[in-house]
Design a protein around this ligand. Structure first.
Ligand code: PEP
Length: 256
């Protein structure tokens, strides 16, 4: 069982939710609830909540991530935040290539690759999102698409740098829709991503890589999804906004 070689990580993606006072109360509620987790616990929060999250999680087992970063180091990119800016604050993780960025903000496989490399160079850990649209699944091209997204995103990333990359398999049709992939569907694609990593790098690198599932994971379905050999945690949207729901998923990962 290679699952024991990898760290299971449950990461919350708050998206564009929570003012600072709301963030403060959620983190304060969450902290004691997940204090005994034996998996990694990360909250990826809006830029405006990073400082609050970093302060409140000091000395706890909760790590803090951002939801995006730009690929340039600095310059005339109004409204953008660089990877160095995040790293300097003490942020550890950043989500790159989320399907909402791809769908609504013109993110392409190429810009995902640039952002991934910039984030790694700045010393951040990347939660790299890949996933097919419903149409792709219906056209039976899920594997081709996932393979292409993964290969392009990791272009120029060395084997050594790969230890700072987590891949989140997020079928677009399951995000925020309440439609979860079945545990078998999630396991199948997470396993396929691992095979792809083995082809690009080698089997040892693939065996050590944390591959999460994301898409309407919740307190009820988490245990089954996380019990699968190739599913090493989750990227959680909606259910990360309520401490008891997020904690239930962390507890499921503890058992998974
Ligand atoms: C996400 O935002 O990455 C996500 C998986 O959202 P949800 O859990 O709400 O489907």
């Amino acid at each position: 069982m290679n699952k024991t070689l990898r760290e299971a990580i449950i990461a919350g993606n708050w998206k564009m939710n929570k003012t600072r006072p709301e963030a403060k109360s959620l983190i304060e509620e969450l902290k004691p609830m997940v204090a005994n987790a034996n998996c990694g616990v990360v909250i990826c929060v809006p830029f405006t909540n990073l400082e609050t999250a970093l302060q409140l999680t000091q000395g706890s087992n909760i790590k803090v991530g951002a939801e995006n970063c730009h690929f340039e180091k600095s310059g005339a990119f109004t409204g953008e935040i660089s990877a160095d800016m995040l790293a300097e604050m003490g942020v550890e993780y950043v989500v790159i290539g989320h399907s909402e960025r791809r769908q609504y903000f013109g993110e392409t496989d190429e810009t995902v690759n640039k952002r991934t490399r910039a984030a790694i160079e700045a010393g951040l850990k990347v939660i790299l999102c890949v996933g097919e649209m419903l149409e792709d699944r219906e056209n039976n091209i899920t594997e081709e698409l996932i393979s292409m997204q993964t290969k392009i995103a990791l272009k120029g990333v060395t084997r050594d740098e790969l230890k700072n990359v987590i891949i989140a398999y997020e079928p677009v049709w399951a995000i925020g829709t309440g439609k979860t992939a079945t545990a078998d569907q999630a396991a199948e694609v997470c396993g396929f991503i691992r095979e792809t990593i083995a082809k690009i790098y080698d089997q040892e690198a693939a065996n050590g890589m944390t591959i999460q599932y994301g898409g309407s994971m919740n307190a009820k379905n988490a245990a089954e999804l996380l019990s699968k050999e190739d599913v090493d945690g989750g990227l959680i949207g909606g259910a990360s906004l309520k401490a008891p729901d997020f904690t239930a998923i962390v507890n499921a990962a503890n058992e998974g």
